[in-house]
Design a binder for this molecule. Structure first.
Ligand code: SF4
Ligand code: SF4
Length: 122
């Protein structure tokens, strides 16, 4: 995915600003990821699920509201960074960003590490 981004001229260099954790949207988490995070926080998976997650249309997401910062963001840093969900680890290499200028532009509004030369993407 990273290679594909480079091929179409999109550059990414994370500036560690934490803004992607403080923007619109759900953070999806799998049961397996929840288990890993629970162990990291010395909780049972059940405790973790009750405390930090809820279901949206059958999907497990963090309890933070759609327009709220992630509940694991503290002083601009992720407090579960080493066990964060794939959605967080993979950003900005998400499928919806491929070949979709609007999605990339939306991400660029908060991510200063994302650069796209539109002339080569159009
Ligand atoms: S889990 Fe961590 S990396 Fe993912 S959105 Fe929350 S604070 Fe950001
Ligand atoms: S918004 Fe972009 S630059 Fe800032 S931490 Fe997130 S990925 Fe890195």
């Amino acid at each position: 995915m990273e290679t594909y981004f480079k091929k179409i001229g999109i550059e990414f260099d994370c500036q560690q600003c934490g803004k992607c954790c403080d923007t619109d949207g759900y953070v999806f988490v799998s049961v397996r990821e929840a288990g890993r995070m629970a162990r990291y926080l010395s909780l049972s998976r059940k405790e973790f699920l009750e405390q930090f997650t809820r279901k949206v249309k059958g999907n497990l997401v963090f309890k933070s509201g759609v327009r709220e910062k992630c509940l694991f963001l503290e002083k601009g840093k992720c407090r579960v960074y080493s066990v964060r969900p794939a959605q967080c680890r993979d950003f900005p290499y998400w499928e919806e960003h491929f070949d979709d200028k609007k999605e990339i532009q939306a991400a660029q509004k908060y991510c200063q590490g994302l650069k796209a030369p539109w002339s080569s993407v159009a």
